[in-house]
Design a binder for this molecule. Structure first.
Ligand SMILES: *Cc1c(COP(=O)(O)O)cnc(C)c1O
Length: 522
């Protein structure tokens, strides 16, 4: 087996020499780490255990017959193993994370500290409400921020992610339609929608009807109006949309939707582009989820933690799910029962067992209070500025399908600039790993060919953006000069070469077994 400089076995296909000069000076993720079971040795142990004398009589035949199978390693070996593993993980704390439609921004440590205050962090959801007034007040304060920033009268706090918020919004819409004694089962979804939109609509039992986009990356109003009818429950629009563009006709869209008796659902995951600048309530929106974990920071990805509160218009507010948070002369109170709701409220049910993601609420309010309203607006403006800086700096060497005008918080490129080079979007994105960067979002949105979507966020400095732009420019120029070596089969410098992503999704191996040991570990 081959060893790398650290004396660790290298993966098959890893290149050993410095064949490829890097642009950034980084050498990718230069780690190789076997599983802890593969590096452990029988008979080794990290602690000195006393010899215990127990008579066979007392064990009564229960003595273990075979070794327990724990990996034998010393304490420093265990520490190194996990530190090396942690360094294989690309994170916002190790470098720019350009994924579009994800908003990977810096998470201020202050928010983490506040979320860990024992009064919040150690609170049990079943603690008597008389003892949790501070936590309930925190939720109430966050609700005020969300309704003020969005210009909407109500907010349901319990949804635990963006997609969960979409479901909450659609269930409120369904309840409102039922309360009117109507049946409407069609939902109009633009083709540039985030995948969760049609998935949520289908999950909630609606029929999805796709609306085409225009050549400038926005919703085709003629087609939309043609599709509106008495069986349409709602339209589901993302604004700013997944091409990173603001839907200019949004007021018109809202009017046409309402005229047809339908509701206007807005996917607000991109609220970080407009918070403090635009109030969705002023645009005629009836329901919108806010990804607290994108707009108001928090480490996310890998399934959590997230929170997707849904703001609701006056028409949908009565149908908000339980629990309802009220404040009266007795203090703050969560209403958990349908029988106890205030006059006019007709909750459609509930989204989860308790009141929502307390840890996220604490982080989000801490973010808001530390930034202030002007600071939240500044963050949005800087996020848009960063994205436009990327777009303007790269559109002469990469191809930007909607690059004639400015973008919002993310810059979209297609693969036109790679025509005839033999390099694909996948090659280009994977080659970024060799430069020490996480790839951008690839092949999404589907409305452009070979999409590359980059969202730098407001938390990158100009220096950091300049370094990133330099790497992308150099790579684009090399691709055009047909210097394909860097791209074909990239990444070359990471511990693994290109993986078979199809097999990983279709035939996942979910459990390690000794017999699957690779040869290198004998
Ligand atoms: C992230 C995202 C979602 C889904 O949010 P989750 O919290 O991951 O469920 C929906 N729409 C858009 C546009 C998004 O970016």
């Amino acid at each position: 087996m081959t060893m790398n400089a650290q004396g660790r076995p290298t993966a098959p296909g890893t290149i050993e020499s410095n064949e490829l000069a890097t642009i950034s000076g980084d050498r990718g993720l230069d780690h190789e780490e076997a599983l802890i079971f593969e590096i452990g040795r029988d008979g080794h142990c990290g602690v000195d255990l006393p010899t215990v004398q127990i008579s066979e009589n007392r064990l009564a035949g229960m003595r273990r017959k075979a070794p327990i199978g724990l990996p034998g390693l010393s304490e420093p070996e265990v520490v190194r193993h996990y530190v090396r593993l942690s360094r294989m993980n690309y994170a916002i704390d190790s470098g720019l994370y350009p994924l579009g439609s994800c908003t990977m921004k810096h998470n201020p440590r202050l928010n983490e500290k506040v979320a860990r205050f024992p009064g919040f962090g150690d609170l049990h959801p079943l603690a008597p409400q008389s003892t949790t007034q501070g936590a309930l007040e925190l939720i109430s304060e966050l609700m005020k921020w969300l309704t003020t920033l969005t210009g909407m009268p109500a907010v349901a706090m319990s949804p635990k992610a963006g997609a969960h918020g979409e479901l909450c919004g659609l269930l409120a819409i369904r309840a409102a339609i039922q309360a009117r004694g109507e049946k409407r089962n069609r939902i109009l979804v633009p083709e540039s929608a985030h995948g969760t939109n049609p998935a949520t609509a289908a999950f909630a039992g609606f029929v999805i009807d796709e609306v085409k986009g225009t050549a400038d990356g926005r919703v085709d109003m003629v087609e939309l109006e043609g599709k509106l009818g008495p069986d349409v429950a709602a339209i589901m629009l993302t604004n700013p949309n997944t091409c990173g563009l603001f839907e200019r006709d949004i007021r018109h869209m809202a009017d046409a939707t309402h005229k047809a008796g339908a509701y206007f659902y807005c996917d607000g995951a991109n609220f970080n582009a407009i918070a403090g600048r635009v109030r969705p309530g002023d645009l005629g929106i009836d329901a919108m989820h806010i990804n607290l974990h994108k707009t108001f920071s928090t480490p996310h990805g890998g399934g959590g933690p997230g929170a997707g509160p849904v703001v609701l218009s006056a028409a949908l507010a009565p149908f908000a799910p339980l629990p309802l948070l009220v404040h009266d002369d007795k203090g703050f109170r969560l209403i958990e029962d349908r029988e106890a709701v205030p006059d006019g409220a007709q909750p459609f049910g509930r989204m989860c067992a308790f009141h929502g993601q307390m840890g996220m609420f604490t982080r989000a309010l801490s973010y808001m209070l530390s930034h202030g309203r002007d600071g939240v607006r500044q963050a949005s403006e800087d996020a848009v500025l960063s994205a436009n800086y990327i777009l303007a700096s790269l559109k002469d060497v990469m191809s930007a399908p909607f690059g004639d005008g400015p973008c919002m918080h993310e810059a979209l490129f297609d693969d036109h600039f790679l025509d005839g080079t033999g390099v694909t979007t996948l090659d280009f994105a994977k080659a970024m790993i060799d430069e020490g960067y996480h790839p951008m979002t690839m092949y999404f949105p589907l409305v452009v060919h070979g999409a590359m979507l980059i969202e730098p966020t407001e938390s990158e400095s100009k220096d950091s953006l300049d370094r990133y732009i330099h790497v992308l420019r150099t790579m684009a120029l090399e691709a055009k000069e047909k210097k394909t070596e860097r791209f074909t089969g990239a990444p070359h410098l990471a511990p693994r070469r290109r993986l078979d992503e199809t097999a990983a999704a279709r035939k996942p191996i979910l459990r390690w077994r000794k017999k699957e040991l690779p040869q290198a570990a004998e």
